[in-house]
Design a protein around this ligand. Structure first.
Ligand SMILES: [Fe+2]
Length: 185
């Protein structure tokens, strides 16, 4: 079975919340774009994005196990090692240090998708097509807006990957607009 197909089956099995599924699809396409930018393996990077929060719902009561349960599941299912390592290290609360470019990208960039969802939801028609990079950057400076998004981690993309906030916002917005129908935004 193709790995993406296998990944989608696992997502259906472990994730009920449609918004979480959308977060995974958005992160998948963002990671694909980032891989393209850095000349890395798009399929590997996309898979890491797609599966990174696979155990979110099953670790709800035990957040200290996120994403270690996902790691166990994915090892059992035979997913590539670099995908599993990146997923393992993406939760900054675990204290792992991301080392490869893939690990650094997932670690610093995935929360930008959630931030852009929040920006879209305050637009007049709640559409991604109404969102601009300027708007994202302005909202990013408002500490009370989408408070749950950890700006510090996102800003680390610059030192870890040489990726400026503006460029990350641009790439993420484009990646999400491409699949706006699937995202329902
Ligand atoms: Fe996530």
């Amino acid at each position: 079975m193709e790995l993406r197909e296998k990944a989608l089956k696992l997502i259906d099995q472990y994730i009920k919340n449609p918004n979480l599924k959308k977060h995974l699809l958005a992160t998948e396409n963002l990671m694909r774009h980032l891989a393209r930018k850095y000349g890395e393996d798009e399929e590997i990077w996309a898979l890491a994005g797609l599966l990174h929060d696979l155990d979110w719902e099953i670790t709800k009561e035990t957040p200290e196990k996120h994403p270690l349960i996902a790691v166990e599941i994915l090892e059992k299912e035979g997913f590539p090692k670099e995908v599993i390592e990146a997923i393992k290290k993406h939760n900054h609360l675990q204290g792992f240090i991301p080392e490869t470019k893939l690990e650094k990208a997932l670690y610093t960039c995935e929360e930008m998708t959630g931030f852009i969802v929040a920006v879209a939801l305050v637009m007049p028609n709640k559409k991604l097509s109404e969102v601009t990079v300027e708007r994202i950057l302005n909202k990013f400076k408002e500490p009370s807006f989408a408070k749950g998004v950890n700006r510090e981690i996102i800003l680390k993309a610059e030192e870890m990957l040489g990726l400026k906030l503006e460029e990350l916002a641009e790439i993420t917005l484009k990646a999400m607009q491409e699949i706006s129908e699937e995202l329902g935004l």
